[in-house]
Design a protein around this ligand. Sequence first.
Ligand code: ARG
Length: 568
Amino acid sequence: MVNFKSEITKEIAKVVNLDEKEIESYIEVPKEVSNGDYAFPCFRLAKSLKKSPAIIAEDIKVNIRVDENQITKVEVAGGYLNFFVNKESIIEQVLQEINKNEEYGNSEIGNGKKIVIDYSSPNIAKTFHIGHLRTTVIGAALYNIYKYLGYHVIGINHLGDYGTQFGKLIEGYKRWGSEYNLEEDPIEKLTEIYVRISDACKEDEKVLDACRDNFKKLEEGDPYCVELWTKFKNLSLKEYQKVYDLLGSKFDSWNGEAFYVDKMGEVIELLEKSGKLIESQGARVIDLEDKGMPPCIIVKSNGSSTYATRDLAAILYRARTYDYDKALYVTSYEQVLHFKQIFEVAKLLGLKQKYIDGLEHVSYGMVLLDSGKMSTRGGNVVKLEDLLNEAIERARKIIEEKNPELENKEEIAKKVGIGAVIFNDLANSRIKDEIFNWDHVLNFQGETGPYIQYTYVRTKSIVEKAGGIPEVSKVKTKNLLDDSSIKIIKLISNFHDILVQVTEKNEPSLLSRYLIEVAKTYSNFYNENRIIIDDEDVQNARVYLTYAVSKVLKLGAGLLGIEMPEKM
Ligand code: ARG
């Protein structure tokens, strides 16, 4: 398919002194049809060129040479240079590509570059709460999209399976383990034990000592402590797996924090060698004052390692094992400082610059319930499994009301309920806090997952009613030249570009917004046009367009981790 945007970019690059990437990032798709299909705004060039944007646009216009078969008109309007592409040519290309490519919009632009995505990463023996939903869902969407574009992606669940809290849990279990049936509700029971032992620690210093001793033993590999730790971990994983099964989450690696325990020595050695590891109040730290940050603690005063040390060991390991081009960390913005610190300290490990440059924190906002902020400490924790099951249950009720005759109601309720929750999580730019409200999440008319699914189901039934997908050779482009058809064609032709933008900003919401736009534009088309009609040529064109929409909606939603029901 001709990529109009990159063709335009290449031409502009010949006459403007900017690199192609920058030019491409300026190019817009105008809202008004009268402003063409692509626009290059010249405002940002005005300062450096000391000319008005309109004059710059005129200069570019007279100096570029575009292929007139593809771009039929170039026009200056205000400070913009507007490009009008050959509509027949876009239509032709979209139809051909939709017809021949099962994975429409995919590409090899990733060229096998390696992307490590660290996501989900819940903390063992703690509730998998709604806050962890976002990392799990955003991480999975990025994973799928990078892969679709030809990157080699490695998904890592960096489990929080290490830390002094395990010394406490072991002590609690030693004392009262027999009173609890862990199998019944492992996380709940472990939390109860944890709270009980923490209270005991507060009352009696000796208990705390015993806990510390357990942790030390665990670090030294004491068989009994390791056995208990393994038990807690396996029980927790079994619980988390229920959520992963509901969401369809998969990981290539489950190496959590504990995996790095025997790899931290090297971090400390390297930092010692750098001469920057200093003593401070009994601890060993890297001072980051000149970077405007508090020190990064590498070894605590009691000799134990930290979350940061383990993350540094993980950077070393991932650089060597995966030779990554990008290493993304998907966590809430509460960890912004942590990642700034470790990315700074990582510069002292003697790694190649590419590994340092590749580190990126992909942060996101909180999930707020109507009742306020989620927290793991102060109660108010909604278990993700419960939330997902509630979504399915609510979807089932809606389906029951709307379409009681439907077959496979259970399966469809699952796709709708889970899809609704996932979409809601990806619907807005990730850094924004998300307000979770059931009426919105499951609103079939809103900008929601169910709306996309509903539009998809409608396209399927239209194609079915028409007797199936017409042969592409029977579709005449002239029947798709009207405004409402061409709008859809142009959107569809942008699909790949949207995916590229998602990877450039690590922002899956760009794809969610896009899918909403496709669905809405199609709904308008549907309201304005009859599709099943006497004129066979026109019908073929409109049905094919409908099929193209259904394909893009399904592929796009699939990349976000949302399954489509075929009926609902
Ligand atoms: N376990 C951490 C938490 O739940 C997230 C870990 C993120 N990944 C990392 N490499 N630090 O807050």
